[in-house]
Design a protein around this ligand. Structure first.
Ligand code: SF4
Ligand code: SF4
Length: 323
């Protein structure tokens, strides 16, 4: 980050001896140091667009103003966004350019601003969101994240963020160790989601059709992985035990094997219909009733291509009150 156009020490401090996420790398990103997320303190953005593939109360009819940051502190080997999270395709932006991107999206009438994998760029994001609020923008700000966040940072996030869309990928520490070298993922994500729910509650207002847009709250997403049904069932049981059946959920079938999955069965195939059905069945049995599902035949529609002009995604989530 060049401390040119914003510039409180506060904005910079968190990048020095960086401990912004549970990796706690301790590198000085302002001096070009690179931690697990793969990004220095230079703000790098892969794409910004109105996105129509989020859940209906997030995308609505005019789209969610989505900003995709480069890098990710998780580094899942199967990452569906590998072009930007692991290969770091994107463009360096000054804070002023980032703010302009956000203003341009808002000017296009999007329902909200949606920041994807934002935790490692939190100082930039906090500063720009504060400036947008000070300028009178009232649209919800969405923190769209991996779930692998520090619970103690959530209250700070919630000072400027309205909606949280955390993933909850793993209940199985061994699987989390295998996929992203983070056996602490389940405990860390649970503490983070707990803190998010405490800060902003469940997603509200709840209108699965998208006629009324979400203004505040938490929606948890779970991506079903091939050959990992037991992990998915354990995730649902854990979420049910902790938050009860009112918790808004998105259960996603969109996994597609990426080149890095070659030779790593069962990650080298798509999710089978029976696997996805088993997870949806348990969601129903547990009484979750605010649930978004996907159709397996949506196929490649959800696989982003950040080289495609315009929207990198083509798919859309479908609401199902009765999974
Ligand atoms: S944000 Fe990046 S550098 Fe900082 S602790 Fe997390 S992975 Fe490490
Ligand atoms: S958390 Fe999401 S974006 Fe990050 S590496 Fe894993 S799958 Fe990719």
């Amino acid at each position: 980050m060049t401390p040119n156009d914003f510039t409180t020490d506060d904005d910079l401090r968190d990048y020095r001896a960086c401990r912004l996420c549970p990796r706690r790398c301790g590198v000085d990103r302002t001096a070009g140091g690179i931690g697990v997320c793969g990004e220095s303190a230079e703000l790098r953005i892969a794409h910004a667009c109105p996105h129509f593939g989020e859940e209906p109360p997030i995308s609505g009819t005019r789209g969610s103003g989505t900003v995709f940051f480069c890098g990710c502190s998780c580094g899942c080997f199967f990452c569906q966004n590998a072009q930007i999270s692991r290969q770091h395709a994107g463009t360096a932006r000054t804070p002023a350019e980032f703010e302009r991107l956000c203003r341009d999206l808002l000017g296009r009438g999007v329902h909200n601003l949606n920041f994807v994998t934002p935790d490692h760029y939190w100082p930039h994001l906090r500063a720009v969101c504060r400036r947008l609020r000070a300028a009178g923008h009232t649209e919800p700000f969405v923190f769209n994240s991996s779930g692998y966040e520090l619970a103690e940072r959530v209250a700070g996030y919630a000072e400027v963020m309205d909606v949280f869309l955390p993933d909850f990928k793993f209940a199985d520490p061994e699987l989390a160790a295998r996929c992203l070298n983070a056996p602490d993922y389940p405990a860390t994500a649970l503490a983070a989601v707990r803190a998010m729910v405490a800060a902003v509650g469940f997603l509200a207002p709840w209108d699965e059709t998208g006629a009324e847009m979400a203004r505040r709250g938490v929606l948890v997403r779970h991506l079903v992985l091939p050959g990992q049904v037991e992990n998915s069932l354990a995730v649902l049981r854990l979420l049910h035990r902790e938050f009860g059946p009112e918790l808004p959920l998105a259960v996603m079938s969109q996994y597609r094997p990426m080149p890095a999955c070659a030779g790593r069965p069962p990650f080298d195939r798509a999710v089978r219909a029976a696997e996805y059905a088993a997870v949806c069945d348990l969601a129903e049995d547990l009484g979750f009733h605010r649930v978004f599902l996907q159709q397996l035949d949506d196929d490649e529609a959800f696989l982003p291509d950040f080289t495609r002009p315009g929207e990198p995604f083509a798919g859309n989530l479908r609401a199902s009150p009765n999974p």
